[in-house]
Design a protein around this ligand. Sequence first.
Ligand code: SF4
Length: 380
Amino acid sequence: MHLYLHIPFCRQACYYCDFHFSTNLSHKREVIEAISKEIELRADYLKEKELTTIYFGGGTPSLLNASEFDLIFETVARHFSLSSDIEITLEANPDDITMDNLRLWKKHGINRLSIGIQTFNEEHLRFINRIHSSFEAENSVKMAQDFGFKNLSLDLIYAIHGKEEGIPADKKHDIWLKDLEKIVSFDVPHISCYCMTIEEKTVFGKWQKTNKIPPVDDEFASEQFELLISKLGASGYEQYEISNFAKNGNYSRHNTSYWQGHEYLGVGPSAHSFNGVSRQYNVSQNRKYTDSIGLGKVPFEIEHLTPQEQANDYILTGLRTKWGIDLQLLQSKSGEITREFEETLKMYMHSEHLLLAENTITLTKKGKLFADGIASDLFF
Ligand code: SF4
């Protein structure tokens, strides 16, 4: 069983971010108490009572203080048992990585840190409004490693500027290449890399509307994605999901459970939960969330998934992974493999975007550039 906790606070808003968070920290304690209450209210959401993964995401969960962690872990321990090899991940911002915090996190059994580096380039950090400096980014990784956190994941973003305007063609990927060079030098077991996407409600979304910044250039982004695959591949990382790379099988067990369609409980404002046949979406507003939890009611919307939707979910997430889409499992979800699906599959196999082996469909190297488009063409 997998537990996700959404901690909806950040010190500063990054210009590209469309996650749910507030920069007003004055209600942090109140929200953490409500999250703890929600754990109690929803302890029976799934039958399984042994947790194999816990994931603190956000927002910035590394903002939690000792008593807030105490409260959450005590509540979890009252309602669940923890598997002996549990993976407990904390998303941490580089500026929160201090000796005191490292000690605190270790004390609570947190054994995996996902550090939001995004880029080591000072100018890019300022452009996207990250709170930390390039020095802090580097130093945070070294501190965590020296302290003994072996299971580290580092996040990077590529195509940060839609295009490096005014930079000669032969230098346009220099910053990205330096970021890649730097990240592999830490020899961490896991790296996640996401393409910059500009969402309407973000600062970048508004800037793009008023032509203050250009849209992300697809060709430029694809070139950076290919550089990423080749650099990390040459450095011993396996691309086990489109945006995720691991050394020696150190996959994120929590995220892999999502991609493989396992059930999970998500608590906190904007968190989602999945029990195999329906999804629940908690309200994305801290005040509404705490008010409702105060009345003993979890504020969520529910979506019952039809067999077709369950199959499409599996296509979308499964195709992005190295495990691909198992046709037998797909059939058990959808009820049938349609003629249309088979035709589309054939077309993409012919164009060398998809491979079919042992009844499992996976993306080819070429297909990885178009994963989401191919998935939606395969939808039932
Ligand atoms: S990217 Fe992370 S730190 Fe930045 S605003 Fe979003 S949740 Fe907060």
